[in-house]
Design a binder for this molecule. Structure first.
Ligand SMILES: [Zn+2]
Length: 167
């Protein structure tokens, strides 16, 4: 028996060509670049269970935060063990983005050149519903404090300024 065959499966799942999963400074386990990743690289596919919009709504209401909107007909529930991409953290200043290709597959794609050892992040694109329950600890200088899509940054900053004035 070779040494390789005795290694647990988990270890193989937790490492791909570009990425390894280990303890994150942001939250829980995160994904890190194993080697230089060029801008535009499709780093890892975000896989999951294909579900209808109605089922997605039901699961969102049950606090499942891994539902991914693919198109007008169906969503992906990435909250499955065989989707290590679910471990990649959110950031207000991400180095990756989630792109959907012509076949409806979701790829975590590099937004710029990424150096080995950098933690990989993307914006989860949450809307404003209950955003105060999703505190962000990404540590970016421009962190808005909550996990929301970039289009809502100004709104959230405005709310925070308002709160500070009232206190
Ligand atoms: Zn942040």
């Amino acid at each position: 028996m070779t040494e390789n065959s005795t290694k647990p499966n988990l270890e193989r799942v937790c490492q791909t060509e570009w990425i390894e999963f280990r303890r994150s400074h942001i939250h829980g386990t995160g994904g890190y670049a194993r080697k230089p990743i060029p801008d535009g690289t499709e780093i890892i596919e975000y896989v999951g269970e294909k579900i209808t919009k109605a089922e997605a709504l039901r699961r969102c209401e049950a606090q499942n935060e891994y539902i991914f909107t693919v198109n007008d007909d169906w969503d992906i529930d990435g909250n499955v063990a065989w989707n290590p991409a679910r471990l990649i953290n959110h950031s207000c200043a991400p180095n990756c983005e989630a792109l959907i290709d012509d076949d409806g597959r979701i790829w975590i794609t590099a937004l710029r050149d990424i150096q080995p050892g950098e933690e990989l992040t993307f914006n989860y694109n949450y809307d404003l519903e209950d955003y105060r329950e999703h505190l962000c600890r990404c540590g970016a200088p421009q962190c808005v404090g909550y996990m929301v899509a970039e289009e809502f940054f100004d709104h959230v900053r405005g709310q925070q300024a308002l709160t500070q004035v009232q206190q």
